[in-house]
Design a binder for this molecule. Structure first.
Ligand SMILES: C[S@@+](CC[C@H](N)C(=O)[O-])C[C@H]1O[C@@H](n2cnc3c(N)ncnc32)[C@H](O)[C@@H]1O
Length: 210
């Protein structure tokens, strides 16, 4: 427990504060918060961007674009990064397109409108970022893993389901099923991949080195 200027914070909050950087897309962040668009937490995003930098990632496949917030952030790490990103929801897809245009990265983005369970994606990628329907994580992992370049890695967001993952009793049937599915996925990855990292940042990040 640390005491800062009268505020008491625990170790997780202390680290969270250090991991959060100044927002470089404040309008998008604000829009997401006001319109309840689920975007990656700022501290987790910082970790994702550091992996991109650390591994000199040049090509990213993102499953779940939403309004393009994480996509724009990932592209901001270096001008030579290309992004392929998939979004099911038409309204979000259109807003993301506008945002990619506004920030003049449209030439670096292949934006696919459709269900990531069904669309076909061309290309090879240094990194895959899975951030769509959480109950389909395993399906996305198995479908897109073959598109990784040698030495590539996969990041999955929201592996903690905002705390649901450790709740013993869940009355809502859909929530209970989702928790069970994501919990099975989290353990499946541990059992089937030699190199995994589970981070308690944001809503939980999983990094898989294939
Ligand atoms: C958590 S949001 C993505 C947030 C975004 N990556 C960010 O951090 O800025 C998840 C998005 O995945 C989309 N989605 C859900 N299921 C999908 C699917 N099967 N295929 C493609 N997109 C999907 C949703 O419409 C939603 O916009």
């Amino acid at each position: 427990m640390y005491i800062f200027c009268g505020d008491v914070m625990n170790e997780n909050q202390y680290i969270e504060k250090l991991n959060i950087r100044d927002e470089i897309f404040p309008e998008l962040y604000q829009y997401a918060k006001e319109n309840r668009v689920p975007i990656i937490d700022s501290d987790a995003l910082n970790i994702v961007k550091n992996f991109i930098k650390l591994k000199s990632v040049k090509s990213i496949l993102e499953v779940g674009t939403a309004i393009g917030y994480s996509g724009l952030h990932m592209l901001s790490v270096s001008d030579d990064i290309q992004l392929t990103t998939i979004e099911l929801n038409e309204a979000s897809y259109k807003i993301a397109n506008e945002n990619f245009n506004t920030y003049k990265v449209q030439d670096r983005v292949t934006h696919i409108h459709g269900d990531a369970k069904e669309v076909s994606v061309n290309g090879k990628f240094d990194m895959i970022f899975i951030d769509a329907s959480k109950g389909n994580n395993l399906l996305f992992l198995e479908k897109y893993k073959p598109l990784l370049n040698p030495g590539g890695f996969i990041i999955v967001d929201n592996i903690l389901l905002r705390g649901l993952i450790v709740q013993e009793t869940i009355d809502n049937k859909n929530k209970r099923k989702l928790k069970e599915k994501v919990d099975r996925f989290n353990h499946y990855v541990k059992e089937n991949f030699d190199h995994t990292m589970y981070f308690n940042v944001g809503d939980g990040l999983l990094v898989i080195t294939v």
